[in-house]
Design a binder for this molecule. Sequence first.
Ligand SMILES: Nc1ncnc2c1ncn2[C@@H]1O[C@H](COP(=O)(O)OP(=O)(O)OP(=O)(O)O)[C@@H](O)[C@H]1O
Ligand SMILES: [Mg+2]
Length: 223
Amino acid sequence: MKAIRFINVWKIYRSPGGAEYTALRGITFEIEKGDLVSLLGPSGSGKTTVIYLAGGIELPTKGRVEVNGTDLTGMSEAARAKWRRRNVGIVFQFYHLVPTLTVLENVLLPMELAKWGDREERLERAKMLLELVGMWDKREKYPSQLSGGEQQRVAIARALAANPPIILADEPTASLDTENKLKIISLLVEANKLGKTVMYSTHDPSLASRARRIIKIRDGVLE
Ligand SMILES: Nc1ncnc2c1ncn2[C@@H]1O[C@H](COP(=O)(O)OP(=O)(O)OP(=O)(O)O)[C@@H](O)[C@H]1O
Ligand SMILES: [Mg+2]
């Protein structure tokens, strides 16, 4: 069983006005379990679209997406949301932390939703993850009180929280300085060493090269 399979996947966005935009033009690839893969492409090439399809946030217009042995294609939004809690951790391009929750509460939330462990075990795991990303000291802060790099580190801890086998990270280093970029990538490498299948997108070839395998995308097709 593969971690991720895209089979002739097309994604056409339709705006309310009726205009269409073809973001993916029949892409096919497979990712092995336990692999560390980067998705490299310029702005607008379709990286976020691929991450959203792999995470079951969007559905393909045509073709098939299988993740961790599940065909997401025919599933309802509610079923995909439930599936997502146990199967993938997503690090969004713009963090998407819950602004009304503290750092600690943001990391506890996915475990609560996935009914992972009891209260004490969840707290212990949140502590371990926040220490891993160097954010335990700031656990009582709110996202708005953190820098971009700090928010991104919390987002990685949150993605790992419910212990999903697959981590999807969409430009996790956008708007960070070089030192923090490398820190974030090394956290993803660490997650991979813990046994997670990791796919992260970037437009930066030097960051892409930190992965074991690079998938290149341009104008919605793979190179
Ligand atoms: N909801 C949408 N409606 C219409 N077009 C969209 C929508 N989302 C994305 N697109 C278009 O699809 C193409 C691919 O978008 P996508 O966000 O996947 O690119 P990307 O590689 O992640 O870019 P970036 O590096 O800037 O984040 C872009 O041209 C974008 O304008
Ligand atoms: Mg994007």
